[in-house]
Unconditional design. Structure first.
Lengths: 209, 209
């Protein structure tokens, strides 16, 4: 696709994402998107065969961006710190800054939207959602495993359990954040989770110093 | 309303709830509900003025049921145990049993559905959602406060922080549960949370015995 064509596709996808995050996928019509994006029906159907095709491209586009962001954060954490616990703290704190940005309040999570409208999507789209959640979790699992290997936790806990916990806290925090209109809630969950990590790992970190 | 009328209303609401949990609110048409419930248009409009009125009645009906269930669990916990920590454990475990029931798998959380389609609902409906989440959280806050008052935690933590954490874990766990098709995930989050509570409160419980 030409650069201009790709820009036009991304403009439509970004507009669709904003609308879908406010009204859900079924609640967003193609006409809503055309109007909000200021594009013609022809331009839309040049890029998307149907609303189902938009659903699929939107999730794949969002997922690729999202995973790239998390991988970048993890890479920055690793570049800046040698100690796996410090890397983990950096990674969690960087996400807290991102998710509570008051000038660009997070509208929530696209995976949650798709998950709650799962019957409306083709199986392969639902598979992309589950696969992306797994990829995102895998970044946490890797970081937690490195910490557990270096600093035996105060009680038996697996990297997978911890990863599932922080992913759930973020997803649940975003729901409360939307319901209460308070952009601080998800970051607060992550901070609380870091306090729990301190209880788990501080004793063996102290012992190793 | 006559008993028969109320039964008919509840039948329509229960059917609508099931459909909304699978496809979202916007994705569920009145025709879908009529078909799935096996009722006539006349019967539907006898109870509901419009789809917006259904949205409002559905949330109020669900919210009343849900809060009653949580209050019943808390009352049972208090009837069976004197110690606030044992009450809390009972309350959390009872919910774990309910949410992971494999014969009637939880479809997720209605508040999450409404929260993610918030633009589609009147302000008063969104207010009911936020108010219900606060009422639900208040039950946890009360139980946590009783525990904190009896057993000073190993690190400073407020009842509200703990309540927000378990509510987020449940909401986020339900998203993963749906995405992965695994009914055990939310209960696992709650178990993990109980392990965290043990780290917080076991030292002062041991000291008080």
């Amino acid at each position: 696709m030409s650069e201009k064509g790709e820009r036009s596709r991304e403009h439509i996808l970004a507009t669709a994402k904003r609308l879908v995050m406010d009204k859900g996928f079924a609640g967003t019509s193609i006409d809503d998107i055309l109007k909000a994006a200021g594009v013609s029906k022809g331009a839309f159907f040049h890029h998307f065969r149907s609303k189902a095709d938009l659903a699929s491209q939107l999730m794949r586009w969002h997922s690729a961006q999202d995973i790239r962001m998390f991988r970048d954060l993890a890479a920055r954490a690793e570049a800046l710190h040698d100690d796996p616990y410090e890397q983990l703290q950096f990674y969690l704190k960087a996400f807290e800054g991102y998710i509570s940005n008051p000038t660009e309040p997070s509208r929530g999570c696209m995976y949650a939207v798709y998950t709650y409208e799962s019957e409306a999507f083709d199986e392969d789209v639902n598979d992309v959602v589950a696969e992306t959640l797994r990829e995102w979790s895998a970044i946490y699992i890797r970081k937690f495993q490195e910490v557990i290997d270096r600093y035996p936790p105060a009680r038996p806990v697996t990297a997978k359990e911890l990863a599932e916990m922080i992913v759930s806290l973020i997803e649940g925090g975003l729901i409360l954040q939307r319901a209460y209109g308070n952009t601080a809630i998800t970051a607060r969950q992550s901070e609380h989770f870091r306090a729990y990590l301190d209880m788990l790992f501080a004793p063996s970190m102290a012992a190793s110093n």
